[in-house]
Design a protein around this ligand. Sequence first.
Ligand code: CA
Length: 689
Amino acid sequence: MKLLACAGLLAAAVATAATGAVSQGDWGQYGGDSAEQHFSPLTAVNAANVVGLGLAWSFELDTNRGQESIPVVRDGVMYVSTAWSKVFALDARDGRSLWSFDPKVPGARAFNACCDVVNRGVAVADGRVFVGTVDGRLIALDAKTGRPVWTTRTVPDGRPYSITGAPRVFDHKVIIGNAGGEYGVRGYVTAYDAASGRQVWRFYTIPGNPVGPKDGAASDAALARIATPTWYGHWYDYGGGGTVWDAIVVDADLGQIYIGVGNGTPWDRRVRSLGQGDNLFLASIVALDATTGAYRWHYQESPGESWDYDATQPMMLSSLQINGAVTPVVMQASKNGFFYVLDRRSGKLVSANNFIKENWADGIDMSTGRPRTRGDIFYDKSNFMMPGAIGGHSWQPTSFSPATGLVYIPAQEIPFVYAPDAHFAFRPGAWNIAVDPSAFIPPSDAAARKAMMAMAKGTLIAWDPIAQREMWRVTHDGFWNAGVLSTAGNLVFQGQGSGRFEAYRADSGAFLWGFDAPSGIIAAPITYAVNGVQYIAVLSGWGGIAVNASKGPQQQVAPPGRVLAFKLAGSAKLPPQTPIPLKPPNPSADPSTAAQLAAGRDAYSRNCGVCHGFGGIGGDILPDLRRASALSDRVLWHAIVLGGVLESNGMVSFRKYLSAEDAEAIRAYISAQARLLEATPPATSSALP
Ligand code: CA
C-alpha cells in the first residue's frame, strides 16, 4: 500500500503553533492533533509488549450517566469533561484531582438532550479550557484554577437547543455548534474570540424563512444562492434541522474548517419540504473560511435527508496517494453506511464505498457524487432500511493510522422501519420527527426480539481508504461499540458496551490484550506520555443514545463512570463496588381497558420512549418505569409526570403534552409491560434498543 500521510501531522504542528504549545507526548486536542486522526506516534507501548499493560490509576466520576468524552492532556495535566458538562483537571500521572468545574446545568435541560446529558470534550488553548454546556453556554475556564473567565450564551432562550460536542480552537477563535435536530431547531456554528468570548462569525447550515429578515450572518450569500432553491413549503416553521452537533475539523493548511451537518426536522421530507428538493446543507460536509466563516464548498451525502442520516461523524484529514498524485483529503465514515474520501481543496468526491451492509443505495455515482438510490426510500409506506436511524457509524471517533494506511471504524448494523406518522402534529419543544413511533417498539414476543437482536451487530472495521475496501474486522457481542485510537506501536484500542477494553494489532486485527471495566465503554481512548512513561486512558460509562438500552441482562444499577489510565506493569486495582440490584417489577393493580392500553402505548412511544426505552423496556441508567415505585402509586405517578416533582433530575412536567387521562393510560400500559417482565425468567430479561 503506497501512502503519503504525514501532511496531516505536519499541518497539526502548524496549527498547534498557532493555538499554544503542545509538548511531545501530549494528547493536545480532541482528535489528538488538528488532523483529528486519533492516532499517536508514541511507541513505548507496542504490539510486542502491550500484553503487560495494567491499570495505572482510576478516577471515579460523580455520575453513572453516559461518558463520551475524550480527555485532552497538556504538560502532565488531563482536562476531562463528563456528563452534565462538568470539567475535571487531573494529574495525568496518578489521577489526583487538581480542580473541578460544575456549570450547574438546570436538570430540566436534560429534556432537550436527545441522547443523554453527555459531553464529548474540551478544547485547551492560550491557558484556557473551553467547554460547551447542555444548556447552550460556551465557557472559558482558567486552565490553572478552573475558574470561569468568560461565559457566552450560544443559543436563543426558550428553544430546544443543547450542546454535547467539543469546541475546537483555531487562530485564537473558539468554534462551537449545537444539537436539537430531533426537536425543531435550525442548525448553525459560531466562532468566538478566545480572549473575550465576543462573537466573530456565525454560519447557518440551512435557510430561514426567505421572506423574513436576513440573518446578517456569514452564511447569508451561500444560503440565498445555493441552499434556498433546494427547499419547499414551510420548513422554517419546524426549524428544519441541520445541526452541527459533533464534527468540526480545522484545516490549518487551507485556512478552512469542515463542519458535519445533521439531519432534517422533521425526518420525513414530505412534511418538511413538500417531499421535494435536496434540502441543502442537510446531511453534508461543508467547508468554511476559518477566518470569516464564508462558504467555500459542500458535499451532500444524503440528498433530501429523511432517515436521520446526519453527516456529523468525525472527519480525519490526511494526504493520500490517489492515481499517482498526493491529494489532500478529508475522510468520513458516514451514518448512511458509506465511507467518503473528498479532495479538501474543492470538496470533489475522490471515492466512496459502503463499509457495512446497506440496502438504500446501489453505490455512489462518481460523475454526480449522488447516491444511486434503490427504489422508493422516501417511505411513502413503511420502509425497512439498513442502516437505520442509529446509523452505520455515529459520533464514536474513527482513527487513521499513517503507519498502516488504514482507517479504523467503530461500525454497527442496525436496521430500522421508517413509516409515516399519520397523526403527526408539530409540538414546540418536543420530539418532532414525523415517523410512526411504533416503529421503535421492540416485539414483545421473546423469540421475535431475539431474532431482531441477532440482526444488530457491532464491529471494528479496518478500512483501506485508497482501495475503499475492508482489510479486517472484529465482531463484538453488542452492537454499540466505542471510539477508536491507533498508535505507531502497531496498536488499535477500542472499548465495548460490555465494559470490555481491548487492544489489537493494527495491521492484522489480531487480539493482543483486554481489560474488563465495571461499566460499559463508548468513549474513545487516548494515549500520552509524562516523564517518559506512556499511558493509555479511556472513560467508562454506559449511556448516550443507548441510555435506554441495556448492554446485557439487567441485574443491577449501572456503576459510576470512571477515567481509567493504563501503563506497562501498572498494578492499580479498581475500588471494590457493591452492586445495587434492580428493583422488581411494580405494576399497578388498577384495572385497565384495551383502549386505554392502546392509547398508553402511543402516548408513551411519542413522549417517553426515547429516554425510558421503547416498549417500556428501560436500561440500567435512567429509571426502567416497569420497576418504578411510582408505577403502583397513582398520586405519585401524576405528581412526577404532570407535577414535575423530579424536574431537577431531568424529568420535567409533561403537562404541556399530556393530559391526566394520557398519564393514566401510560401507567396502565407500563403496568402491563411490568406484568410481562414479571412473567419472564431473569436470564432472558435483557432489554433492547
Ligand atoms: Ca440526528
